[in-house]
Design a protein around this ligand. Sequence first.
Ligand code: PLP
Length: 386
Amino acid sequence: MKLFDVYPLFDITPVKARGCYVWDSAGKKYLDLYGGHAVISIGHSHPHYIQKITNQLSAIGFYSNSIQNPLQHELAEKLGKISGCPDYQLFLCNSGAEANENAIKLASFVTGRKKFISYAKGFHGRTSAAVALTDNPKIIAPVNETENAVILPLNDIQATENVMKNGGVAAIIVEGIQGIGGINIPEKTFLEKLAELTKKHGSLLILDEIQSGYGRSGRFFAFQYTNVSPDIITMAKGMGNGFPVGGILIQPEIQPWHGMLGTTFGGNHLACAAGTAVLDVIKNEKLVENAEKVGNNIMNKLAEISSGYEIRGKGLMIGIEFKFPVKELRNKLLFEHGIFTGFSGQNIIRLLPPLTLSLAQADEFIDAFTKVFTDISESLSGKLVF
Ligand SMILES: Cc1ncc(COP(=O)(O)O)c(C=O)c1O
């Protein structure tokens, strides 16, 4: 049977991974500054993670959500403490899109409304409601098209206010930091104004922290750089360090009823073991603080190398926007220096490493980047004005 061919692939087959490194089937070692698409939070194959999942698997791996599962309470307890959101309620699911889908559905249930506002360059996943609020017409199938989705320019408070004034908005959804859109940070005053507007008009504010959350930004959630308390926070990626775990945090005033949301696999025993192990390591190894320290170090050093690109980011969620397409630069980093990076559009490189990245590993990247950028700049000199 053939695979449905939807992904452009590098000709690399990873067979082993530890910490911030990955090895391919030919034994070549790579520094992982992509984190498997912002998923690897505590480092690949962390011993505590392996032990927790292995022990859990040999006890009980799965049962449905019709029985008592104390592991869900343990996860919720630890997450409440470390995230600084102890009063929120937790609903567990399996992916980012599913988290947003549930958040959207919940906001619609709670307000009795259908209309949602999201922002240009945002990404919220590929399920029906989430994709309708995602600003990429190529991934919106005719069945997903809806007049209930209003996509506005990021940071445009006036445009938001104009739509809100007309009423009927169930919620505004916004990423803590836009990831796929190229590491765009919403202005602090913008997020705070959104919180004000949603309160004023009886709507909810959903913070999509699927990529920017779980310590990546140097705060547990990126919105914690502001004074906002979202009504709903969505999470996935770093939550399971590769095990498919997603979730939503819900303000205490929102009342559940049986059957309101549901999932077969969400919050299963193995997922909880993975999720709890991640939180243990984030806490014990002070990974949120590490993300801030190492991220700042990378951004400062990038700024010293050249002013020929724009650096955006917080913590270990960093975008570098060039005046030329980054394909060659990424390929050189990957094939000549063994460094995985991500991208956004044609001109932006995204760095989304494990939160365990050390200063020495950051320097490994900085050294390689300096060489590759200098080479490419020289070959392009005269064609670009920096
Ligand atoms: C901000 C954001 N929201 C939602 C999603 C969708 O998550 P998933 O691919 O787990 O469905 C992503 C994935 O990249 C994301 O970055």
